[in-house]
Design a protein around this ligand. Structure first.
Ligand SMILES: NC(=O)c1ccc[n+]([C@@H]2O[C@H](COP(=O)([O-])OP(=O)(O)OC[C@H]3O[C@@H](n4cnc5c(N)ncnc54)[C@H](O)[C@@H]3O)[C@@H](O)[C@H]2O)c1
Length: 256
């Protein structure tokens, strides 16, 4: 299994799961284009990984903006002449019941989590079809399958991605594979943000959560990176239109 010389874009590649993927794909010999809206972190990561001998470039991108996504695809082709894989991983989180959201929050979450993947596929699929193949990996969430209390918007956005994976896979089969990574609880800045407002320190909350996960630990970004690297590789060539759940067994528990 190898990503050697493959040109891979990672959106949200400067933090959490995406940063873990950037580091792991680069370590596997991929030419990684890191795309996010974190300019400072992106420049720092590019400098660090290039100094270590990896072919990594940061491209500032707002994934919710079609022109920014189109520019990312153009820049990647200028740099490397092709796009072998894209990990659509950028995402935002918001808590609340439907009675509590205003339209601005709804629009932001749906634009960053869902519309971004439409734009990415719209501008990447023609490139991949023309060059003879490519893979799109999309980070969804177990939130697509269970009703997390007070997470209606986030859950709906991730469920939309699960549907989109199937549709893209069917529409573009033959040249483009589309698959999902579906994480459970992964130790990232986003997870830490979800702990704000609880009546316990984050480390105690994490310990409580870890006790309820069958493998007895939180997931780490590298757990997702290992799976995404496999799904992006040629060895995963028969995996299409589905998602790989990475939750330490949580979804396998009985619901009582
Ligand atoms: N951490 C978890 O437990 C968990 C579980 C399931 C799914 N996920 C999903 O994994 C993905 C990564 O989450 P994370 O936990 O690493 O969070 P994170 O907050 O550490 O990283 C999110 C990344 O998305 C980028 N981003 C946000 N809005 C953007 C925009 N408009 N344009 C470009 N980039 C943008 C951020 O800059 C950042 O790099 C998200 O899609 C999230 O929904 C996370």
């Amino acid at each position: 299994m190898s990503l050697r010389e493959k040109v891979i874009i990672v959106t949200g590649g400067t933090s959490g799961i995406g940063e873990g993927c950037t580091r792991h794909f680069a370590g596997q010999g991929a030419r990684v284009v890191v795309a996010s809206n974190q300019a400072e972190a992106g420049a720092k990561l590019e400098t660090e990984l290039r100094a270590a001998g990896h072919e990594v470039r940061f491209v500032f991108t707002d994934v919710a903006d079609e022109s920014s996504v189109a520019a990312l695809m153009r820049r990647t082709q200028e740099l490397h002449g092709r796009i072998d894989g894209i990990h659509c991983n950028a995402g935002v989180w918001a808590a609340g019941k439907v009675t509590e959201f205003d339209e601005a929050v709804w629009t932001k979450v749906m634009n960053v989590n869902v519309k971004s993947v439409f734009w990415t596929a719209k501008h990447a699929v023609p490139v991949m079809e023309k060059q003879g193949g490519g893979v799109i990996v999309i980070t969804t969430s177990v939130a697509a399958f269970v009703g997390f209390p007070s997470h209606a918007l986030y859950c709906a956005s991730k469920a939309a991605l699960e549907a989109l994976i199937r549709c893209l896979a069917v529409d573009h089969a033959g040249k483009v594979r589309v698959v999902g990574v579906c994480p459970g609880t992964i130790d990232t800045p986003m997870l830490a943000a979800t702990c704000a407002g609880w009546n316990k320190p984050v480390n105690e909350l994490y310990a409580d959560v870890a006790r309820r996960i069958p493998v007895r630990r939180l997931g780490q970004p590298l757990d997702v990176a290992h799976a995404a690297a496999f799904l992006l590789s040629d060895e995963a060539g028969y995996i299409n239109g589905t998602s790989l759940v990475l939750d330490g067994g949580t979804m396998a528990l009985p619901p009582w």
